[in-house]
Design a binder for this molecule. Structure first.
Ligand code: ATP
Ligand code: MG
Length: 247
């Protein structure tokens, strides 16, 4: 099993949109677990479920197993561990290694080919738990000045986790989102990320597509829609590009 964490400390950078479409696209062929580790629960909504008030992925932090929280989704091969909407990370003092321990004890890797984790825009114990199990980190970013700064901050967090906490992250890739090739700032921002981290680390961009917002209302990820849209094509292409890099 390869675990792909979708993360950026900056809010509204299409983490959830990316996690949902990546998980669904992979689940057309592979067995996939999507963990919604953001208590907002938006990834759960994106695959036709709802965040729960009294159970969900976060209940591993108070002694539950991960798998008892699994629920089915819009696709047979896609299993969801939904968010626990009322989980409060500040009520717990030491949450280190809990997800890693669950993965090991429940032999999660025997049941899935891929695990996708959607994370919240904070650098807290939940993000650290996710990075502890990550093989791959995808950092979606909006191509403007603060977006570029946020990529640097996220890369530093990944590096810190690798050196101080022994995380074993093999690949880090940056995905420009809501990209418009006619806007100079967008082109320049992507060029800055490419020159800072290497061209090979930056994926082809995802354009702006209103259907990517509307998919959350319908509970149907865009990569499953019958009518081909720009957002769908972009995310399908991204998934292929990602697999090529990490396989
Ligand atoms: N390529 C796109 N084109 C148009 N709208 C988009 C695109 N990607 C994401 N959006 C919209 O932008 C908003 C933010 O996206 P999303 O919720 O995926 O970001 P996020 O990083 O998960 O946010 P948060 O930090 O709150 O978790 C949403 O309303 C989403 O529908
Ligand atoms: Mg989100």
């Amino acid at each position: 099993m390869r675990t792909i964490v979708v993360s950026n400390r900056k809010g509204g950078s299409a983490k959830t949109t990316t996690a949902v479409n990546l998980a669904t696209e992979l689940a057309k062929k592979y067995s996939v677990l999507l963990i919604d580790f953001d208590t907002q629960g938006h990834a759960s909504i994106g695959v036709g479920s709802v965040p729960s008030d009294d159970s969900g992925a976060h209940s591993i932090f108070f002694g539950k197993t991960l798998s008892e929280n699994f629920v089915p989704t819009v696709l047979d091969k896609l299993t969801l561990a939904p968010a626990h909407a009322l989980f409060d990370v500040y009520e717990y003092s030491d949450l280190r290694g809990v997800l890693k321990n669950r993965f090991k004890k429940e032999k999660i890797s025997d049941f899935f080919d891929y695990c996708i984790i959607d994370t919240a825009p904070t650098f807290d114990a939940l993000l650290k738990n996710s990075l502890e199990v990550a093989d791959v980190v995808v950092i979606p970013f909006v191509p403007h000045h603060l977006g570029v700064i946020a990529v640097g901050q996220m890369v530093r967090a990944v590096y810190q986790m690798s050196t101080q906490m022994g995380a074993n992250i093999e690949h880090v890739g940056m995905l420009p989102v809501m990209y418009n090739p006619h806007i100079n700032e967008h082109k320049e921002s992507v060029a800055k990320v490419e020159s800072a981290f290497g061209k090979s680390k930056v994926f082809k961009p995802i354009g702006t597509d209103i259907k990517l917002s509307q998919q959350f209302e319908s509970g149907e990820p865009i990569v499953l829609m019958h009518k081909r849209t720009k957002g769908m094509k972009d995310y399908t292409r991204f998934c292929k590009e990602l697999l090529k890099r990490i396989e």
